[in-house]
Design a binder for this molecule. Sequence first.
Ligand SMILES: Cc1cc2nc3c(=O)[nH]c(=O)nc-3n(C[C@H](O)[C@H](O)[C@H](O)COP(=O)(O)O)c2cc1C
Length: 192
Amino acid sequence: MTLPKGRGARSDGADTNQNQMPVRRLTPAATTLVIYFSRSGNTEAQAQLAAQTLGADEYELVVQNPYPANYAASVSRATAEREAATWPELRLTDLPDLRQYQLILLGHPIWAMTPANPMRRFLQVAGSQLANKAVASFSTNAGYGAGDTQTVLQRLTPNSTQILPNYTIHDINLENTTGAFKHWLQQTKEFL
Ligand SMILES: Cc1cc2nc3c(=O)[nH]c(=O)nc-3n(C[C@H](O)[C@H](O)[C@H](O)COP(=O)(O)O)c2cc1C
């Protein structure tokens, strides 16, 4: 698999599904679900690796109004959304019943040192469905780490949600850190 490298490397504009169907790999038996958003493909590559490694189901978050291909324009829009706390609407009509899953992995880029706006929106509308589940975040970033990801997860999920240690990777290192990511995935499974 050829992984994208770096900030916005594989952006086709919008999010990764502008020219393709959003990823839905849903089976009746899986107990782990990877829910992710990716604007330019970095986090999507991690999500695919996670699903393959764990035999997990996969559900890609899609925004109603896709972000621009242009990086600066996306930053402007994301900043305006964040400052107004108007998180983007998602197309969630086919979100599966989460009761099937024990472990939910949330994959997202880091935007402004916090989970990207679409993941914020997901937690706002569906966070309550994560009650009594284990949840772990994996993210990609441009070199500044995961910011306040763990605090946001704690705040937007019920008290009964078990927030597991998170994983983040500098986007330019995606290709040479797959071993470390797989190790984190195995450790995450062992928490169950
Ligand atoms: C709107 C926006 C804001 C960003 N803010 C940050 C940031 O605060 N810190 C950081 O390290 N990277 C930041 N980045 C870079 C992305 O986190 C990074 O390139 C990530 O791998 C993109 O993931 P994706 O390809 O799955 O969309 C930002 C990117 C965008 C588009």
